[in-house]
Ligand binder design. Structure first.
Ligand code: HPA
Length: 274
């Protein structure tokens, strides 16, 4: 099996002089940010050993490295999800590859449902914390000490300095950016209304099927993390008569993509220095 360090060595050959310092994972419908990358080197996941090819509509499945707002970045356009049947190694591999490539910071984006009716579709929400409702971890099993310790803290997992940089960029861009707690739901079904009521009682503001496993892998290996949700819908049961679909998720995420891109491009220089 190819290790993430071997994958990174291979990618360095494909990336030439590019040396990404910030990794970005672009979620459903949010991939177009990678189109803004200058001097881009593009490598399809299918050509990267250890990267699982993405099966979900709206995820291109390629790595795009280059400069964004003057910052060296590597964007993963698309991600694998546990609900696709990805195993723990397939979820760990891309994140550890970014670390082995030299990234010190990671920004994750996702499409999510909102549990707060005040943050309806179209809102961007900065993650303050999460709840691992799926109850599984890509780090379960033998620990590889070369990446990180067996036990590790998740306090301030969402980096305060990176969050502050994003908040300042949002203010400059005139974009509202409330903070919230994200609950990871395994999927692939959307939640039941009863589950959403339970999550609200638990303190969640957002619900989605990604991001948390990647944050666990990233924090384990010492990457500093920020994550932003694009609210594509009010969560199940909050809007009578609404039935959730992936088509709706993609369509709304694509519309929010512009604001997400403006926010990240503005924030990146400060994030890289945070
Ligand atoms: N639930 C889970 N995942 C999602 C949702 C949702 O309501 N919207 C977009 N991704």
């Amino acid at each position: 099996m190819t290790s993430p360090r071997e994958t990174a060595e291979y990618l360095k050959g494909r990336l030439g002089k590019r040396r990404p310092a910030v990794g970005l994972v672009l979620g459903s419908g949010l991939g177009p940010l990678a189109d803004l990358v200058e001097d881009a080197a593009i490598v399809p996941f299918a050509e990267i050993a250890g990267f699982r090819v993405v099966s979900v509509a709206g995820h291109a499945g390629r790595l795009v490295a280059g400069r964004l707002a003057g910052v060296e970045v590597a964007c993963l356009q698309g991600r694998v999800h546990a609900y696709e049947g990805a195993n723990a190694e397939e979820i760990r591999h891309p994140i550890r590859t970014l670390k082995a490539l030299g990234c010190e910071r990671l920004i994750l984006t996702n499409a999510a449902g909102s549990l707060d009716p005040a943050h309806d579709e179209g809102t961007l929400v900065l993650l303050r914390d999460h709840i691992n409702w799926a109850g599984i971890s890509p780090l379960a099993g033998p620990n590889d000490e070369s990446w990180g310790p067996r036990f590790f803290p998740m306090t301030d997992a969402y980096d305060p300095a990176m969050r502050a940089a994003l908040a300042r960029a949002a203010a400059r861009q005139g974009i509202a950016l409330p903070e919230g707690v994200y609950a990871w739901y395994l999927g692939p079904n959307f939640e039941t209304p009863a589950e959403i009521r339970a999550f609200r009682a638990l303190g969640a503001d957002l619900v989605g099927m990604s991001t948390v496993p990647e944050v666990l892998v990233a924090r384990h290996c010492g990457l500093r993390v920020a994550a932003i949700s694009a609210v594509t819908n009010l969560a199940a049961g909050l809007r009578p008569g609404q039935h959730l679909t992936h088509d709706h998720t993609q369509a709304v995420a694509a519309r929010i993509g512009k604001a997400m891109s403006a926010l990240l491009v503005d924030a990146l220089p400060e994030i890289a220095a945070a």
